[in-house]
Design a protein around this ligand. Sequence first.
Ligand code: NAP
Length: 258
Amino acid sequence: MDLGIAGKVALVTGGSRGLGKVAALSLAREGVDVAICGRTQATLDDATAELEALGVRAQGVVADVSDAAAMPALHRQVVDGLGAVDILVNNAGGSRARADIADLPLDDFKAAFDLNLFGGFQLMREVLPHMREQRWGRIINIASIYGREHGGNLSYMSAKAALIGATKHAALSLVTEGVLVNSIAPGSISHPEGSWERFQSDNPPEVVEDFISRNLPMGKFGWPEPVGDLVAFLASERANLITGACIVVDGGQGHSMI
Ligand SMILES: NC(=O)c1ccc[n+]([C@@H]2O[C@H](COP(=O)([O-])OP(=O)(O)OC[C@H]3O[C@@H](n4cnc5c(N)ncnc54)[C@H](OP(=O)(O)O)[C@@H]3O)[C@@H](O)[C@H]2O)c1
C-alpha cells in the first residue's frame, strides 16, 4: 500500500526512544523527512543516524515539551532545518506524580499537564498556519487507554483525557480545512529503557507474572511497532476520512466498549 507521504516533513516529539522513535522510523520508511526532539543530545544523535540510514533527512533538536514556552523555538528550528511541518506527532509524555487526590499537590497535578498536554497544544498551534494554508496536515497525539477509562494515576489519567478532548475539538474545528487530528491510546507497551522494561527487571518474576495475568489478555506486554505503523497510516493519504478518532492499540487490555 502506497501511503502517499514521501517528501513530507514530520516532527515527532520524544522521538529518540520508545514509541516516538518507532513512529519516526515508520514515517521514514515511507520517505518522510523526520525531526525528533528529546532532552538528551546523545540519544537524539543515535536516533537521527538510524533515520538517515533509511535515506531520508533527519534532525534532532534538544527540547523539553513540558516547557510550552520553548515550543515556538523548537518549531522554528525544524522549519529552518527541514522545512515546514506537514505531520506533527505529539508523543512525548508520561506518568510522574503518583499520589491520589488527598495527597497530590496542585503543582504536581499541573506538571502532568505541562508534560502531556500544554507543550503539544502549543506545537499544534505552531504548525497550524502552514497546514491550513496548504490545506493538508496531520496531527497525531499519543494518549493512553487511561485517558479513555479509569486506570493509571490521577494526574496522568486526567492529562491524557484532556489530550483526547483537545484532539477531538481541534479535529472538528479543522474538519473542512484538510487538517486531520487524531489520537492513539496505547496499552502497556514494553521497549528498551521504557518504564515497563524497568518494571520487569526491577521486580521478582512472580510480581511481573501477576501483573500480566491480571492486566494483559495476550499474556505479554505490548510492543511498539503497531503504534508506529498506525502513526504512519494516520499520517497518510489513505487515512483521509479519519479525524477526531482515538484509536486503541492495547492487545485487548482496555475495558471500554467504545
Ligand atoms: N509505553 C507505554 O506503555 C505507554 C502506554 C500508553 C501511553 N504511552 C504514551 O506514549 C508516549 C511515549 O511513551 P514511551 O513509553 O515511549 O515514553 P518514554 O520511554 O518515557 O520516552 C521516550 C521518549 O520521550 C522523550 N522525552 C521524555 N520526556 C520528554 C520531555 N519532557 N520532553 C521531550 N522529550 C521527552 C525521551 O527522550 P529524553 O529522555 O532524552 O528526553 C524519549 O525520546 C507517552 O506520551 C506515553 O504517555 C506509553
